[in-house]
Ligand binder design. Structure first.
Ligand SMILES: Cc1cc2nc3c(=O)[nH]c(=O)nc-3n(C[C@H](O)[C@H](O)[C@H](O)COP(=O)(O)O)c2cc1C
Length: 185
């Protein structure tokens, strides 16, 4: 059965290399998966009072429904100051509440980090994994994906020009597809 995957990109930048990376990952994915970018840039900062008072912003509700309706979640993110970007953390927080109604639990996840630097966003990748453990998301362990120097890998149209990396991204997506099937049946 076709699996529906939500894609969250940690960069809000128009020319984001992480978004190009996400599109390449999707391009290299097996056919048994469909992908929807779920935008996180306009989610108001999480404030529990709004849930408690029944005044949750519409954007939170739409976001929670989108994640709930998916079979898995793919995170593609830059590293900001050796951690994960605030936009992703806010999205995690919004989806985790109201208490007992988290939309994340049990959804198989993929974490890919990308950076201009050689370390490939390792800090952000594992910072994100720390929250995903608590949110009870089974995260693909191998292959790990820290894509360094990614600003040299795309042409002006956002097409991946590095064949070795493109093949590696295909390997990741094949492993993720198998992981999603293992978890969701
Ligand atoms: C606020 C900020 C903090 C950053 N911190 C890091 C960092 O800790 N490690 C790193 O490798 N790159 C860091 N960068 C550089 C990003 O890797 C680079 O801007 C990258 O292109 C961001 O991804 P994007 O192209 O998808 O926006 C930082 C960039 C910004 C804007």
């Amino acid at each position: 059965m076709t699996k529906k995957i939500s894609v969250l990109v940690g960069s809000l930048r128009k020319g984001s290399f992480n978004r190009m990376l996400a599109k390449t990952l999707i391009h290299e994915a097996p056919e048994a998966m469909t992908f929807d970018f779920v935008e996180i840039g306009d989610l108001p900062l999480y404030n529990p009072d709004l849930d408690d008072e029944g005044t949750a912003p519409e954007a939170w509700t739409v976001f929670r429904k989108a994640i709930s309706a998916s079979d898995g979640v793919m995170f593609v993110t830059p590293e900001y100051n050796r951690g994960l970007p605030a936009a992703i953390k806010n999205a995690l927080d919004v989806g985790s509440r109201p208490y007992g109604e988290s939309v994340w639990a049990g959804k198989p996840a993929l974490v890919v980090s990308g950076s201009m630097g050689g370390v490939g966003g390792f800090g952000a990748n594992h910072h994100l994994r720390q929250s995903l453990v608590f949110l009870d998301m089974p995260v693909l362990q191998q292959p790990e994906a820290y894509i360094g120097g990614f600003h040299t890998m795309f042409d002006d149209d956002g097409t991946m020009t590095n064949d070795d990396t493109r093949k590696f991204l295909g390997t990741i997506m094949t492993a993720y597809a198998a992981w999603v099937s293992t978890i969701t049946g």
